[in-house]
Design a protein around this ligand. Structure first.
Ligand code: SF4
Length: 430
């Protein structure tokens, strides 16, 4: 690449154009800024583009070098596919009456050499959610088989009708293809009130949750019935409690413990993981005693202030999630954070220092650098961010952490036992 991509804009009718009078830029926090040429990659397969109503794109004038607005239409941003981490947000100015954007990520995008480009990097080589890897016919046959084999299992029915056929959840589709990570939602309730919760948005909010929460409490028997065959037969098998279509799984820890004990009576194979807000370290201890192998704690920040301002926890605090990570480490389990990456918040010096401390305190094994699916202005507004803090840059921060913590793994997905216990760099695609 020998020049920045051109800025993109839309006519508000779903048509996207490049503006050859403006170069595309990126954004971190509230700041728009030029992006180094090597930070742009071609939009990966499975990515999509969004037009942003009531927003004008910011770019650099090709002739004057001045930063200015594109007056030709709405701004455009990219939703980048799993396994990739965005390093800059799309840069735009929002009109006062613009609607809040739904819960997706809005990565900077541009046009170069007849292709769409984005500011992102591939952080994970695992191919489990490559969109080219999903065969709709095989998936539907798998759904039919599961519904026939488990006619009275409410959880299989939920995963078939809601998760796979309605939400086209990549994890549920892998389950019905009997491969890799199998999702196990269990909890209709949550003990947090995240601003950008994807399974529940209060009525007063103008944006929808991206999926509805589970409405029933599965039994241990319903969980065990389909997870044991998965662990026994699937390649690189993982069973994961804690999914986007539920509340907090730790609120169901007794049922999950019962299920883990029963599962391990049938098979030692695979990894049993829990994706959680990490709020209940005592419950985590009980699950580790029962045989839990891995935990992934979600967080928007390693700093108590921003964590509690976003999660709005009921009867727990930031210190509890740190304790949950420590507990799993004490049991020799695999501990990851599901780190919501927001350029301008994630890469501040204060956040970097807090993250270093968290890694050391918990002997963390892995950071899953996930894109934060939220309207950037809405998030910064809710966090009360008016002042800009010193920023390191997402790539630079990753390199600093790599240098200081060479054993710390980076990725996007929960690793199977073959990578946890074996060669972490093992290529699952082989
Ligand atoms: S912890 Fe999860 S389910 Fe609970 S409010 Fe936050 S995003 Fe929603």
């Amino acid at each position: 690449m020998n020049s920045s991509p051109f800025l993109l804009y839309s006519d508000g009718k779903g048509n996207i154009f490049e503006d050859q009078s403006l170069y595309a830029v990126g954004r971190a926090g509230w700041d728009a800024m030029p992006v180094e040429l090597d930070e742009w990659i071609a939009l990966p397969d499975g990515g999509s583009l969004y037009e942003l109503p009531g927003r004008k794109a910011i770019g650099i004038d090709v002739k004057t070098g001045e930063m200015r607005l594109c007056e030709k239409g709405w701004a455009v941003a990219a939703f980048i596919p799993p396994a990739h981490t965005g390093t800059y947000i799309a840069a735009f100015e929002t009109a006062a009456d613009a609607p809040t954007l739904p819960l997706f990520c809005y990565t900077a995008a541009g046009w170069y050499d007849d292709a769409f480009y984005v500011t992102a990097l591939r952080i994970e080589k695992d191919i489990r959610q490559e969109c080219s890897g999903y065969d709709a016919v095989k998936i539907e046959n798998g759904v039919e088989d599961f519904l026939k084999n488990y006619p009275n299992n409410r959880l299989v029915n939920h995963l078939a009708e809601k998760c796979c056929r309605t939400y086209t959840c990549p994890a549920a589709r892998n389950m019905f293809l009997s491969r890799w990570e199998c999702p196990v939602p269990t909890s209709p309730a949550c003990n947090a009130n995240c601003v950008g919760c994807i399974s529940f948005q209060p009525e007063e909010e103008s944006i929808p949750s991206t999926q509805d929460r589970l409405t029933f409490k599965p039994t241990a028997a319903e969980i065990v019935e389909f997870t044991v065959p998965h662990l026994m037969n699937a390649p690189f098998p993982i069973v994961s409690f804690g999914q986007g279509c539920e509340g907090e799984p730790l609120l169901m820890w007794e049922t999950i413990r019962e299920a883990i004990i029963e599962i391990r009576k049938h098979t030692p194979r695979g990894s049993i993981n829990i994706n959680t807000n990490g709020s209940m370290p005592k419950a985590v201890k009980a699950l580790c005693e029962a045989g839990l192998d891995s935990i992934r704690v979600s967080t928007n920040s390693a700093q108590k202030t921003w964590y509690e301002k976003y999660y709005r926890p009921n009867n727990y605090a930031f210190e509890d999630i740190v304790e949950s990570l420590k507990v799993v480490n004490e049991f020799g389990g695999w501990s990851s954070i599901n780190y919501f990456v927001f350029p301008g918040m994630t890469d501040t010096t204060a956040e970097y220092e807090a993250l270093r401390k968290l890694i050391k305190q918990t002997n963390l094994k892995m950071i899953q650098w996930r894109n934060f699916n939220i309207d950037p202005d809405w998030y910064l507004g809710r966090m009360g961010i008016v002042e800009e803090s010193e920023k390191i840059g997402i790539r630079e921060m990753m390199q600093l952490l790599r240098d200081e913590f060479p054993d710390l793994k980076f990725g996007y997905f929960n690793p199977p036992m073959e990578r946890i216990r074996g060669d972490f760099e093992y290529d699952l695609a082989k």
